[in-house]
Design a protein around this ligand. Structure first.
Ligand SMILES: [Zn+2]
Ligand SMILES: [Zn+2]
Length: 272
């Protein structure tokens, strides 16, 4: 049967896997790379830099195009070259010194299963939402604890608060304990929920995108809190306010935990 007709028929029968199958088949065709012990660290670093580069370009463009300044969350505070290089060096260091050995061990312990079938579309989407909600809760609890206990703050979390205005490469400017805790939460959620390996990969990419967006320093028309209604998501201004004031907005993506704990604060609205 013609492949496009097959896709249409399966879609009409209510299965989403036909939509995802070509993407999953492409991933499976790169089996040697995907199953390599070095794949997780290369994937993590490459995806992170891919999402960071447009914001780094925006930081440069803002010097030359004044119209872009209205999107900056803190227009008076922009990153210097020294700050960018320090954060970049730290990201390279952390990927080489502890993320690489840990991910190599992880691949030995839990090799990726490139099963033939892609996940069903509805299951894929529900699992992604469930993983993000679970991670959001785990990080909220971790984050609140590391602000409320002075020893934990000073020892493990203070490093991430070096910059009181967010800029994109500050995303991963964190202590080893913080990076490993976040990596653990991000990895354990799909395992607990029994997600398909393709869902695990998608969730990982979304985590990197959302963490980069949290720190990008720009409130753009396509920021998540503008695309998703009812104030469900915090967005870049929300997390920037956490870096600026330290005392609110502990959840990374959503706002419900901060609402429940009365720790939600809003920046003065800026129209894009
Ligand atoms: Zn914090
Ligand atoms: Zn942060």
């Amino acid at each position: 049967m013609n492949r496009s007709l097959q896709v249409t028929l399966v879609w009409e029968n209510g299965s989403g896997s036909a939509l995802l199958q070509p993407i999953w088949d492409f991933v499976r065709s790169k089996e040697a790379l995907v199953k390599s012990q070095f794949y997780p660290v290369i994937f993590s670093f490459t995806v992170y830099m891919f999402f960071c580069l447009p914001y780094l370009a925006l930081d440069v463009l803002c010097h030359y195009i004044p119209a872009l300044k209205k999107y900056q969350v803190q227009p008076k505070s922009r990153p210097t070259l020294a700050m960018v290089l320090q954060c970049l060096a730290h990201t390279v260091y952390s990927h080489l010194v502890y993320i690489l050995p840990l991910t190599v061990a992880y691949v030995y312990w839990r090799p990726i299963n490139l099963q033939f079938e892609a996940p069903e579309l509805h299951r894929f989407l529900l699992d992604i939402i469930a993983c993000l909600l679970l991670f959001d809760f785990q990080y909220f609890a971790w984050h609140l604890l590391h602000h409320k206990v002075p020893w934990l703050y000073k020892t493990f979390h203070k490093m991430h608060h070096k910059y009181t205005a967010t800029f994109v490469l500050a995303t991963q400017y964190s202590s080893a304990w913080e990076m490993l805790s976040l990596g653990f939460f991000a990895n354990v959620s799909p395992i607990l929920l029994g997600c398909h390996p393709m869902t695990e990969m998608a969730v990982f990419v979304i985590h990197i995108y959302l963490s980069v967006e949290d720190h990008c320093g720009y409130d753009l028309p396509w920021s998540t809190h503008r695309l998703i209604p009812f104030g469900i998501c915090g967005g870049p201004s929300h997390h920037d306010l956490h870096h600026e004031k330290f005392v609110s907005n502990y959840a990374p993506y959503f706002t419900h935990w901060d609402k429940l704990f009365n720790t939600l604060a809003q920046k003065k609205a800026k129209k894009p």
